[in-house]
Design a protein around this ligand. Structure first.
Ligand SMILES: NC(=O)c1ccc[n+]([C@@H]2O[C@H](COP(=O)([O-])OP(=O)(O)OC[C@H]3O[C@@H](n4cnc5c(N)ncnc54)[C@H](OP(=O)(O)O)[C@@H]3O)[C@@H](O)[C@H]2O)c1
Length: 300
């Protein structure tokens, strides 16, 4: 069997960013203020700093306003909630992103609840989670959907076209990835199975999948012989593993070299799902700005 076609998330994300940039320019041409994204980082976690910097930089590259709020690690919950209140009221801010995880003394649920759902471009506010969980099949996604799952569904739609009737298996049930991915696949009329650490005979369930999405954070856990020949495999995992001479490399949750010989389509790691997250954040911010301006959803 020929090797799987690679799903090039890097190229798709670049195209999506370009279309979002055109959407931003179209707003300016109508005299509408540029979309504004506020990022909030509490503390100095190096990985979080990299993510936040890349979000702010990409927003600026696409012509958006970017407001960067860095707070010291000892920031109190009341201070953080006060900032979110100000951002909720600020008409220049269309999207608010609070970088997770937050320090342990802050109650993440209370913080997510405080964000105006209309500005919740991460899609983590319970109102937006509820909207996604109660969608009718094929209903419009006219609210913010979590960025990484949205990216997975865009890549699948681009690679496969309509997904109706396909058996989809999602491995992982986190609120960040697994659950929203499953909801999006259900919306696309797939028959969806959600697996987790207590699932019995995971390999056999994976072999039923026409679409296999893996988001568990276990390096190369899903083996080639777990994959149905011709299946589309979306590997969300990002794991840094040691290699020779003290160096490391990134691998996914799927044993790529084995899986590539069996699957029909597969995302590489890096260069698959990863680049879609920030691109979808920009997409969510543009859509939030359009809704605020009373403009309809823009298919990009
Ligand atoms: N932009 C991106 O590319 C991006 C974004 C987000 C996450 N990620 C990556 O995606 C991966 C998952 O992230 P996450 O936030 O969803 O992780 P998480 O919150 O740790 O959730 C992991 C899920 O995997 C399940 N699981 C763990 N071990 C398993 C096993 N042996 N068999 C079956 N299921 C198992 C867990 O089951 P239980 O619920 O039973 O514990 C849980 O539902 C990580 O590698 C993360 O770095 C990438």
């Amino acid at each position: 069997m020929a090797d799987a076609l690679l799903i090039d998330g890097k190229a798709f994300a670049a195209g999506l960013r370009g279309r979002v940039g055109e959407g931003v320019a179209a707003l300016a041409a109508q005299g509408i203020a540029k979309p504004g994204l506020a990022t909030v980082l509490v503390g100095a976690d190096p990985a979080s700093e990299v993510y936040v910097r890349s979000k702010g930089r990409t927003a600026a590259e696409l012509g958006m306003a970017s407001f960067d709020h860095r707070l010291p690690p000892e920031t109190t919950q009341a201070e953080l909630l006060a900032l979110i209140g100000r951002l909720n009221r600020d008409p220049a801010v269309d999207g608010i992103l609070v970088q997770l995880p937050l320090p342990r003394h802050i109650d993440t649920t209370q913080v997510l609840l405080a964000i105006d759902p209309a500005k919740d471009v991460d899609g983590f506010h319970p109102i937006n989670v509820g909207r996604l969980g109660s969608l009718a099949p094929g209903a419009p996604l006219d609210f913010s959907v979590p960025c990484t799952p949205l990216g997975c569904s865009m890549l699948l739609g681009d690679a496969l076209g309509p997904l109706a009737g396909r058996n989809a298996v999602v491995v992982g049930r986190s609120n960040l990835v697994g659950r929203p991915v499953a909801q999006l696949l259900l919306r696309a009329d797939c028959t969806v199975t959600i697996c987790h650490s207590r699932t019995r005979d995971l390999a056999a369930l994976c072999r039923t999948a026409d679409i296999l999405v893996v988001a568990i954070g276990r390096p190369e856990f899903v083996k080639g012989d777990w994959i149905k020949p011709g299946a589309a495999v979306i590997d969300v995992g990002v794991n840094r593993v040691p290699v020779a001479e003290g160096k490391t490399r990134l691998v996914g949750d799927v044993a790529f070299a084995e899986a590539r010989g069996v699957a029909g389509h597969i995302t590489p790691v890096p260069g698959g799902v990863g680049p879609m997250t920030v691109a979808c954040l920009m997409y969510n911010t543009l859509q939030a700005a359009r809704r605020t301006a009373g403009l309809p959803f823009l298919a990009v």
